[in-house]
Design a protein around this ligand. Structure first.
Ligand SMILES: Cc1cc2nc3c(=O)[nH]c(=O)nc-3n(C[C@H](O)[C@H](O)[C@H](O)COP(=O)(O)OP(=O)(O)OC[C@H]3O[C@@H](n4cnc5c(N)ncnc54)[C@H](O)[C@@H]3O)c2cc1C
Length: 501
């Protein structure tokens, strides 16, 4: 197991005693297939490896872990070290009609890496390392299982360059996972989401074919195959190699903080800033509840924290433009220590485990929408979540902005009796995601769909969901790749299987 990966929470029982939470007839991996896989690369069948490979950071699975169960154990974990080994593994699973689920940092929060029908888990984390950096174009070629710190330290130390993708889970997630989930880093307003950084991909398709997509910038070579695969969450292929844009490491930075009388005023100030062409790397607006909790803000005021980096002239111009827009909407200066405090605590996730251990239901939902809808989505999601029995809190911040809209990131907490944890979790999600979709928000902004949000996919995508099913059937005719997700019918699902939820 790689040293970068951090398990979400300790199991409440010994690895050998953990039982499967998802009750279905796990796909059979026979001795012949196990032997054939072992000829290709390292295979792991021990209790610890199969238990850990059964889960990710999906919050409800943390409750299951404490209660002594795993989502679903695979029969075997394979650990390839190169693309040819990946292709050979995939081809064997395709021929044997056995489910194959890609698993990387396992930091996903929607159960996307859970092998719903067991079978084979393909651990990508030994496909690691930066292969090349072109100092002229800035294009970085990196293996998909490379974790954030390994990528950035290599290119910053050796080339004084940075990709600029810093998700909160930077330490525990991989390049391939970022691409597979359409991730967003904390500096996204300046550098974009991961899909803005990807130049091309090497992917192993469900029958073992290796394809290379992309290459030159902004081509008109037909539909964009790279973008088809970005966000496919292991459903359409295994990403083995990624070409990413990078930029020179910033030499200058500025930070600044403000507060507003209400959330809507802050939203308008951000919109005006972005639409004026100023794109500070970090631009985060917190509602009154989060401003009070995280910044000690009183009287319902909402905090805006800002950080920018790059060349001096561009950063100074950006901040000047921002100040003008903030003043237009009644923003008040606040100490820059608020930004320092955010930097100090921004990747601290200990609160999640502590609340889970106390039996709290706690999760986050990030959605995006156009500017005119945001205030309404905010009100409706909060009201809908708070109407659920045992709900304690629904709060929000705006974390990523675009000319046409932004991402709203909600946190919700409920304190149900122990026997209602799962039903309460499902009810909270039905309330908040249902309200968000009804008010015109997307299904997700950067966490992806996974298992948790699969039930909302047909509503969110409409006829697009049928198109997705056709694509899946065409690229993966035996349905082996990460089955049981995205509300895509699976050949591994049988009458009588327990469905989640
Ligand atoms: C504390 C915390 C904070 C987080 N903050 C952020 C954030 O700021 N921004 C953000 O975007 N996300 C965030 N996340 C979510 C998560 O880190 C991202 O979704 C991340 O991109 C997942 O990467 P991973 O390597 O852990 O992938 P995994 O969780 O292992 O896998 C996720 C999905 O991608 C598929 N997959 C992984 N690698 C490949 C591959 N090589 N080829 C094909 N499919 C693959 C898997 O099958 C699965 O469906 C956070 C998670 C946690 C726990």
């Amino acid at each position: 197991m790689t040293e970068w990966r951090t398990p979400p929470i300790a199991f409440g029982a010994r690895h050998s005693e953990l039982i499967d939470h998802l009750q279905n007839d796990a796909a059979h991996v026979d001795a012949d297939l196990l032997n054939a896989l072992a000829q290709i690369c390292e295979t792991l069948v021990d209790d610890v490896s199969t238990a850990e490979a059964s889960r990710d950071w999906w919050p409800i699975a943390m409750h299951w872990a404490l209660a002594g169960s795993v989502p679903k154990r695979p029969s075997v974990v394979v650990v390839p070290t190169n693309t040819q080994q990946v292709a050979a593994v995939v081809q064997l699973c395709h021929e044997a009609h056995v489910p194959l689920t890609a698993s990387a940092g396992r930091s996903g929060v929607c159960g996307a890496a859970v092998p719903v029908f067991g079978g084979v888990v393909l651990d990508t984390t030994e496909l690691r390392g930066v292969l090349s950096v072109d100092p002229i174009s800035g294009v970085v070629e990196v293996l998909a299982g490379t974790f954030g710190p390994e990528l950035e330290s290599h290119i910053q130390n050796n080339y004084q360059r940075s990709v600029g993708h810093f998700p909160q889970s930077f330490d525990i997630s991989t390049v391939g996972g970022w691409v597979a989930c359409r991730g967003a880093g904390q500096y996204s307003t300046r550098y974009g989401k991961i899909e803005d950084m990807v130049v091309g991909l090497e992917v192993v398709l469900a029958d073992g074919t290796i394809v290379r997509t992309g290459g030159a910038p902004a081509t008109a070579d037909g539909p964009d195959l790279t973008n088809l695969l970005i966000g496919s969450e292991g459903q359409l292929g295994i990403i083995t190699r990624v070409w990413l844009r990078s930029h020179a490491v910033a030499t200058y930075s500025r930070k600044i903080a403000f507060s507003f009388g209400d959330f809507a005023a802050g939203i308008n100030a951000i919109r005006e800033t972005i639409q004026s062409g100023a794109t500070p790397a970090v631009l985060r607006l917190y509602d009154a509840a989060e401003s009070k909790r995280s910044h000690g803000m009183e009287n319902g005021r909402c905090t805006l924290i800002v950080f920018d980096e790059g060349g001096k002239r561009m950063v100074d111009a950006t901040i000047e433009q921002l100040i003008e827009c903030v003043q237009n909407h009644g923003g008040k200066d606040e100490p820059t220590e608020l930004v320092d405090r955010w930097f100090e605590h921004r990747n601290d996730t200990t609160a999640l485990q502590a609340l889970t251990q106390k039996g709290f239901v706690v999760d986050t939902m990030e959605v995006s929408a156009e500017w005119p809808r945001l205030a309404d989505i905010y009100e409706k999601v909060c009201a809908s979540g708070m109407a659920v029995q045992h709900s304690r809190l629904v709060s929000c911040h705006l974390s990523h902005s675009y000319p046409d809209g932004a991402c709203l990131y909600f946190t919700f907490v409920a304190t149900p009796p122990a026997e209602q944890i799962e039903s309460s979790y499902i009810e909270m999600w039905n309330a908040v995601q249902g309200a968000a979709l009804a008010a015109g928000a997307s299904l997700s902004h950067h966490h992806g769909v996974g298992l948790n949000r699969a039930r909302f996919a047909p509503t969110a995508l409409g006829k697009g969901h049928d198109l997705l099913i056709k694509l899946k059937q065409s690229l993966d005719p035996h349905g082996i790749m990460n089955p049981g997700k995205y509300a895509i019918p699976s050949t591994f699902s049988h009458a009588g299987d327990e469905q989640w939820p």
